[in-house]
Design a protein around this ligand. Structure first.
Ligand SMILES: [Zn+2]
Length: 327
């Protein structure tokens, strides 16, 4: 894969980071501002980088945060996801501006989690038209307060003012499919039903044989189980995605991946779900399940420390069918 780290961009971003006092951006380019424990932890993560996937498709990869994708054409730019807050959103916009001065035409928000749309505001100011699946649009409003609440500490640790976050909702919604044509290219948006959550949007770039995946996939990463209404559908759609005719997976979290990685996650989810379902059927209480079901085969996966929360969330789903986060 042709992956290029833009060191020239990074050095210009260093100046920008100093100008904006933006710790996330500073982190991305390796300079140290006021350290906090969270920042110290994040410093162990690889620095953010911009990878050029094809001549017109770019993958912004931030291990410690959330990713974004943008496609540059003669008619303008299409962006997927805007990071976690208007300041890192602005930093992403500046990064795009180092690549092209074409107008930002479209922004797609891939799912309702705030770390993928709280950076929308600078793109709104830049004149973009916003698109999201209809369930994503609904949930962006419905759980806005909860999405903010679970990010407040992170914002504070990164020196980001929570009051700067403004909810920017989609201008256009779709239910199952939508194709955006721009500059002779196509981005095809697809909804296969709920994966990690209702509204999970997958986007193919046929000319690049690349597929963007939302929160429903991360390579060898234990996902948050608190939102899914159906693990069965999640597994099914990942198997469907793993069978698609694409070469590269560009995920919302984690590095560029392959269809085999998607298949591996589907198998893990099916295994975890079946194991917990079996424990529920045997009458095991949730606290015993957390003590007993340690899934050592996944101990090297990212977010293995989420396991207790995952088991608790699966118990809620299996025993009650409820997703209390979405109440
Ligand atoms: Zn996320």
């Amino acid at each position: 894969m042709a992956a290029t780290t833009f060191s020239a961009i990074a050095s210009r971003l260093t100046a920008l980071a100093r100008h904006l006092y933006c710790p996330i951006l500073a982190l991305a380019v390796g300079i140290v501002l006021t350290p906090t424990s969270a920042m110290a932890q994040e410093r162990a993560a690889p620095p953010a980088e911009l990878k050029q996937i094809t001549n017109d498709l770019y993958f912004f990869y931030e291990f410690a945060g959330s990713n974004a994708v943008f496609m540059v054409t003669d008619e303008g730019v299409l962006v997927i996801d805007t990071r976690t807050h208007p300041r890192p959103g602005q930093a992403l916009l500046e990064m795009i501006r180092k690549v092209t001065d074409k107008p930002i035409k479209w922004v797609i928000n891939s799912h309702f989690h705030g770390d993928h749309h709280f950076g929308n505001a600078p793109f709104k100011a830049a004149g973009a038209t916003f698109v999201a699946q209809s369930e994503t649009a609904r949930l962006m409003q419905h759980v806005q307060a909860k999405e903010m609440a679970r990010r407040i500490d992170g914002f504070k640790n990164q020196g980001l003012d929570p009051n700067e976050v403004k909810l920017v909702l989609p201008d256009v919604t779709f239910d199952t499919n939508m194709t955006i044509k721009l500059g002779g290219r196509e981005a095809r948006l697809m909804y296969f039903g709920p994966g990690q959550q209702a509204g999970d949007t997958f986007i193919t770039f046929p000319h690049a044989r690349a597929l963007f995946t939302p929160g429903a996939f991360g390579k060898r990463s234990m996902p948050n189980m608190a939102f899914t209404p159906s693990v069965e559908n999640w597994v099914k759609l990942l198997e469907q995605v793993a069978a698609m005719d694409v070469d590269r997976i560009l995920p919302a979290h984690g590095d560029v991946a392959t269809r085999a990685d998607v298949k591996e996650l589907a198998a893990m989810l099916a295994d975890e779900h079946a194991t917990v379902k079996d424990a529920v059927a045997k009458g095991m209480g949730v606290d015993d399940a957390i003590k007993t079901l340690t899934f050592p085969q996944y101990k090297d996966w990212r977010n293995y420390n989420r396991l207790a929360g995952e088991i608790r969330a699966l118990y809620e789903l299996i025993q009650t069918g409820k997703r209390s986060y979405l109440d």
